[in-house]
Design a protein around this ligand. Structure first.
Ligand code: ACO
Length: 377
């Protein structure tokens, strides 16, 4: 008898050496190394290279990769002009999807699906994503686009291009850690989408455009923005418990909690909470942070038994908000990090490619015949 795996839950379709998740214990590793160790010791640049190559790089390999990323930060002038002409009222994820598609038109290597070309394109895209997202944000805010600098880290340069101000070392590092935490996460919806596109032997740009579309939805990357909408709706910490209780009584979903794989605390949410707490201990607890503390407690008390705990999106918004970033840029920032996981997964899957083509159980009509238009009721 055929069973349907709704949402493909628990379905294994490939092998991967990149990311391991134990959802019941809240464990996440990349290349076997716990996410907490990556967050504490590594950088987005290093994790990106490690994912692409499937091993920790040597110092020389990392320096060469870093130089390569820096050398590729510029985007074609025509793309920058195009971004400046995008309608300002569209969501930045719509703009990102279009910009990445447009970027591919300028890459003479775009149609090359060999592994070397896929890797080269991936590295350029990792570098250019920062410039594209910052340009989209600046254009949307009616501000002049800022050219990348090559003396800053990937995270620091992005914040500089976004705000026009050079971030402090602490701000750049905090943002870098957020990128590390979001860089890869196994077969999530957007990575799976990228792989599905890649499995047809389509080009890397098409894979990434598909992935951006999948990440955009509020059940995936769009949840970090939805969490901030919720916090604004709650208003003050003393309203939080009643707000959540009412939502749960009405069987409504709370954004930033619950996960297909984690049935316990998402370890990334713990790292982000620790940083949010660190900021709060120095600067006093922000209203957002206080509301989140109450929501977390209420959710865990009420539906923790169903395996519903905070996910990565729960605290990421307040960290970005503390860095002065507007909520509509949170999901593009997720993409800024996840581009590394998308590219690494596409390359890994391509090595032993098989077209992804699942099936649906047919439950429609049978034994019917065509009825002429004039004879239909
Ligand atoms: N709030 C309240 N209840 C929830 C939530 C939630 N966020 N998520 C799941 N539940 C409940 C469901 O209502 C269901 O209850 P029931 O058994 O009484 O019917 C039970 O928990 C199981 O939920 P499912 O929807 O079957 O779980 P699924 O694995 O399909 O959902 C998902 C995972 C989509 C992430 C869900 O938890 C959700 O919508 N969360 C909110 C959106 C969010 O934060 N998304 C980000 C995920 S992380 C990421 O993509 C980066």
């Amino acid at each position: 008898m055929t069973t349907i795996a709704k949402g493909l839950e628990g379905v294994l379709f490939t092998e991967s050496k990149l990311t391991f998740i134990n959802g019941s214990e809240g464990i996440l590793t990349h290349l076997g190394i716990p996410i907490q160790e990556w967050a504490e010791n590594s950088t987005f640049e290093e994790l990106s290279l490690a994912l692409l190559d499937g091993k920790l790089p040597t110092a020389a390999e990392l320096a060469a990769f870093d130089a390569h990323l820096k050398a590729n930060r510029m985007i074609p002038e025509k793309l920058a002009e195009e971004i400046a002409s995008f309608p300002r009222n569209v969501h930045p994820m719509q703009a990102l999807r279009t910009a990445v598609s447009y970027l591919g038109l300028f890459d003479p290597q775009a149609e090359d699906t060999g592994e070397d070309a896929r890797r080269a394109i991936s590295i350029r895209m990792i570098a250019q994503f920062a410039t594209i997202i910052a340009a989209i944000a600046r254009a949307r805010e009616g501000q002049p686009v800022i050219a990348p600098r090559s003396d800053l880290t990937h995270a620091g340069n992005f914040l500089y291009m976004l705000t026009g101000k050079e971030p402090t070392t602490e701000q750049a590092r905090l943002f870098d850690i957020a990128l590390v935490l979001h860089a890869d996460h196994g077969m999530n919806a957007s990575t799976f989408t990228a792989i599905a596109t890649s499995s047809t032997l389509s080009d890397v740009y098409s894979c990434i455009v598909s992935a951006i579309g999948a990440l955009k939805g509020p059940l995936h990357g769009g949840a970090n923005e939805a969490v901030m909408d919720m916090l604004d709706e709650v208003g003050t910490p003393d309203q939080a418990e009643a707000y959540i209780t009412k939502k749960l009584d009405n069987k409504e979903k709370i954004m930033g909690v619950g996960h297909r794989v984690y049935k316990y605390f998402d370890p990334r949410s713990r790292v982000l909470r620790d940083y949010a707490e660190h900021v709060a201990s120095k600067e006093g607890k922000s209203t957002y942070y206080q509301i989140l503390e109450t929501i977390e407690k209420t959710v865990v008390d009420r539906i923790g038994s169903k395996g519903i705990y905070p996910n990565v999106d729960f605290y990421s918004g307040t960290v970005y908000s503390d860095l002065g970033i507007k909520k509509e840029y949170f999901t593009p920032i997720f993409a800024l990090a996840r581009i590394s996981g998308w590219c690494a997964s596409v390359i890994e899957y391509s090595r032993d490619n098989r077209l992804l083509r699942p099936d649906a159980q047919y439950t429609g009509a049978t034994d019917q015949h065509y009825v002429q238009l004039q004879d239909r009721q």
